[in-house]
Design a protein around this ligand. Structure first.
Ligand SMILES: [Zn+2]
Length: 270
């Protein structure tokens, strides 16, 4: 994988940025990870010059609306491309079974029949289970259950041809029972709902979320080289990069990325 394009950086209820989702890019192809909560997925892909015609692999981590709703726009867009003869190949959707069934139900209720007719022909569901490994864009991707107490949720760890390793933990904090998927990685993508110093204002723990400090303590324990923090509140958005990096540095000795929407992060194993 060459780079990450950050499509959104916010938690579910943000209004000043898009919900957390991103692409992992290799050559001209893009692996889309989650879709955010709406049509903003299409505008942010366009702003990053990512054509839907170059997305053939997509992963949805769990059924919450800030991660899954954007998929109806992706499916509509791909289906339209298929019907017009503009979209080549298949769209492969990787998810656990209940996510797949939810997507099918939503699409059957809100998309025209002509778009739904493309499902299972050119838009294919691949139901994954804990520990399954697949090759996606020349990388070995292993999916795992993050052990959420709220809603069944999967993350994944990935190793590319050059040996670069990256782990995506979904939108909940690292837990010790997924250590084997997280230890000694080049990149850890970890949610950080807010600053630890502002935990009384934003109350991350009652929502099963972490602070910047918590995420960075985990990154240090896991010996990550780089940590990417997102899925945040948006009240501090103009100063977020500065404030979050400053708090994180006290607890993490590697590189800290606090991206804004539409940021690009190059990936390498050095
Ligand atoms: Zn979320």
């Amino acid at each position: 994988m060459d780079k990450i394009h950050i499509l959104g950086t916010g938690n579910a209820m943000v209004t000043k940025c898009y919900n957390t989702c991103f692409t992992l890019s290799h050559n001209e192809e893009h692996f889309l990870v989650d879709t955010g909560g709406g049509n903003g997925i299409l505008s942010n892909l366009e702003k990053l010059n990512i054509s839907i015609n170059n997305i053939h692999n997509l992963f949805i981590s769990h059924c919450h609306n800030d991660h899954i709703n954007g998929i109806t726009w992706i499916i509509r867009s791909v289906a339209q491309g298929v019907l017009r003869g503009n979209y080549e190949g298949n769209l492969n959707i990787y998810c656990h079974k209940s996510v797949g069934e939810t997507i099918r139900t939503i699409c059957s209720l809100i998309l025209q029949n002509k778009f739904n007719s493309v499902l299972d022909k050119r838009i294919l569901f691949h139901y994954i289970e804990h520990g399954d490994s697949l090759c996606i864009l020349d990388s070995k991707v292993t999916f795992f259950d993050i052990n959420s107490k709220k809603e069944l949720q999967y993350g994944f760890t990935l190793k590319d041809e050059a040996g670069m390793t990256l782990t995506f933990l979904g939108d909940e904090p690292y837990r010790d029972d997924v250590y084997e998927y997280c230890y000694n990685k080049d990149y850890i993508l970890h949610e950080a709902f807010c600053l630890y110093s502002e935990r009384d204002t934003f109350k991350p723990y009652e929502k099963h979320h972490a602070t910047v400090k918590d995420a960075c303590v985990n990154g240090e324990i896991l010996k990550a080289k780089n940590i990417i923090l997102y899925h945040t509140e948006d009240k501090n958005i103009l100063n977020r990069k500065h404030l979050y990096s400053k708090e994180g540095k006290e607890f993490f000795s590697g590189n800290i990325f606090v991206p804004d929407d539409l940021d690009e992060i190059p990936l390498n194993s050095k």
